[in-house]
Write a protein that binds this ligand. Sequence first.
Ligand code: NAD
Length: 464
Amino acid sequence: MEKPSHFDLIVIGGGPGGYVAAIRAAQLGKTVACVESEPQLGGVCLRVGCIPSKALLESSALYETARGGFAGRGIVADNVSLDLPAMLDHKTTVVKTLAAGIDGLFKKRKITRVLGRGRLDGPGRVVVEGKGAAQTLTADFVLLATGSLPATLPGIELDGDRVVSSTEALSFSDVPSRLVVIGAGYIGLELGTVWRRLGSQVTVLEYLDRILPGMDSELAAEGLKIFKKQGLDFRLGSRVTGVRTLKKAVEIEIEGADPVRCDRVLVAVGRKPNSQNLGLETVGVQTDKRGFITVDAEFRTTAPGVYAIGDVIGGAMLAHKAEEEGVACVEQIITGHGHVNYGVIPGVVYTEPEIATVGQTEDALKQSNRKYRKGTFPFLANGRAKAGGHTDGLVKILADEETDRILGVHIIGPHAGELIAEAAAAMEFGASSEDLARVCHAHPTLAEAVKEAALAVDRRAIHF
Ligand code: NAD
């Protein structure tokens, strides 16, 4: 039987935004096709982003601990050595398994997976170019979820070998002895950490006078101190203007400073929307100056029946933000209701310690003259953190001075990325710091530090 070529919904892009939207639409009874050019579903996040980087972060942390982190704990591990190909294989297996899992979900939901590059070709039409002849599909609605691509700087060309983006930095065939990372954002800090742990001498060049722009500056400053202690070399206030590839090294040019030499350089200065060659002009989908697809509050583009979500529409370039938008967009189309609470989207940097944040930063509150109260609690005073030997960091809770409603929670410390979920749930329910402080937290857990920080908003932390 020939496959149908008309669908209620065609999703272009099989990343966390697109595949989740496809599943939600199928759950709501629609016929759905998902067009993806890569053989593996899951997008950048699963194939060359969040998941493989977390596999390497976990493995490299184990390696570092085995090499010196057991001191004083009664464990002797001699002759620990690195088998990089095996570590990379583990990462590849994790990715493969998860990607196959999405195929399974698609089958279960009877979602048609179309392999090839999709582009709009007039209202309700999508042309897919793959290995064989191009095929044309039609749909009542089209959802663009094409994500983003690594950005670079003027004067720097990525060669995929010595001057690379995050994609290649997940698969270096050997440990570079000197690695330079341009950009102290999410990617720079996570991958810089991986290669430092595996033995590289890592220098991070950052244009601003701080790391992690956009995150709470108190936490960023705390992180900087800790990462320096771990051996990352930071040169803040360094504007990179070019990269020269020499015979045996790469030379990075910095405005007003001596050039820096290294073996490999990772360019991690942000990402740009993947909105080129999508046939947007055939239906009148508009983009802004930077190429982000313009949408209204319900994810409608400027073309009737065409919607867009995720990195390609801008905002926080985070997988979970794209997922929320995918679900909300599809629910909006099908049921007339769908909503994303942009005030409560957590962000996590998976370094050691992790840095996690939700809601407004203290800097933003100050800037908007909002009156707030602040409670902090250090992991040093938390029994579980002490027992585990992970005492760096703190929890910080910001609450409205008058109503006590929680406005932001910022955590740097062990498992901060998991701890932040409680804060996000509390904020979704409009909780006050008093609400959080009155919740019984199991003892001894790291989560008690969140309760104590909530108590500290009212100056009544018990253990500090
Ligand atoms: P980023 O925006 O987080 O950081 C880029 C950094 O590069 C900034 O600090 C910026 O000041 C700096 N920079 C820009 N121009 C420079 C120059 N000429 N010289 C020196 N420094 C310069 O971007 P990223 O780290 O590339 O990550 C891209 C996106 O991917 C982010 O939006 C992030 O949300 C997402 N991401 C998220 C995670 C996560 O959730 N854990 C992990 C990786 C990536």
